[in-house]
Design a protein around this ligand. Sequence first.
Ligand code: UDP
Ligand code: GLC
Length: 408
Amino acid sequence: MKILFLDQSGQLGGAELCLTEIAKPYRDRCLVCLFTDGPFRQALEQEHIPVQILATQPLQVRKDSGWVQGISSLRQLLPLVARVVQLSREFDLIYANTQKALVVGALASLISRRPLVYHLHDILSLEHFSPTNRQLAVTLANRCASRVFATSEAAQAAFIQAGGCPERVEVVYNGFDPTLYQCDRAQTERIKQELGLQSKFLVGHFSRLSPWKGQHVLLKALQYCAEDVTAIFVGDALYGEQAYAQELHSQVAELGLQERARFLGFRYDVVPLMYACDAIAHTSIAPEPFGRVIAEAMLCERPVIAAQAGGAVELIEPGVTGLLVPPEDSETLASAINFCRKQQEWVRAIAQKAKIQASQRFHQNAINRQIAHLLDQIPIHTQSKPKAREHLKEPQSLIPPNPLNKGG
Ligand code: UDP
Ligand code: GLC
């Protein structure tokens, strides 16, 4: 099967890292189209996955945009749709990764009559989306997508609750190659030395800097932790949330945590950094759709303390493969960190169990088999469009249907 993948972002976010693994087995018969250039393109090229950048300007619509912004973005959208229509003629299926890709993919699929798969990496709740955007996603998915892959049961449930068609949606977890989550002791020691934090109890936070990822919750928790507890924050403000990054620095100064909090920016060496940590904190204040970082920490055999919501609840069995604490509760988070610091043997045992479980549940090969199986069930029409629609052939002359008039 030849697949045309669409993704809105040029950044290396979780949805993009997930897509890289999905596209690998199709690298000789797929194309990944991005709506913005960035490090994601380089990552795909490194994996020899064909990639093309379709736009020079990021789409101006955001998750919280309303109708007015949506309508004004149509001018940007239409050339993208036209290009995707044109490209899709060479492919059997359009695979839209995330929401803006869904909008473009849905319109293109209506015109080119290629089936559409929507990979939903979000929880379509009002915490994350404006009512307009949520309705748009559900309407387009119901009308245009043959299949919706939800990144977790939480994402699936929110989709259905928002009016999404239950028969069409299937949970497809992120997949990981466990062999990539190994690190020898020498490398771990080297990283610890580089950080100059050998004698500390190191808590890692691996996430882009964004208010809903809740880095501030961990900073606040440090106040209630033993003196030697130090946190590293790995990740950058990928989607223009620099103001939050500034707030975090101010919080560090206000709380006098300069010696106990380090911001390392975006890093490509997440695995050795995780190995250097004694525990990993995941502090999202809105339900995390899946949480790759949680699965990765488990694969690195590190104890995870996560906010009890969304995908985290599906990934972690509390007290067995990790710890769950109420979201935004810094004091309970601190107690859990102090507990891990005191009960290191017990914690090692749960981390071992977590590694075994994650290697089985989220194994890349199993997830890729599941995806191949689901895609195989989709009827593919490889022949070109029926004659009656021949006049639509020239993409430049297309005026795709306005999604905003679709109702539903
Ligand atoms: N990540 C990374 N470098 C960083 C911070 C994060 O490579 O400096 C990776 C991390 O290992 C994970 C992904 O970014 O694979 C984040 O995905 P997740 O699902 O946890 O959250 P998202 O940001 O997609 O909501
Ligand atoms: C999104 C979600 C994250 C998830 C990732 C991969 O970026 O925010 O929770 O892990 O997609 O599905």
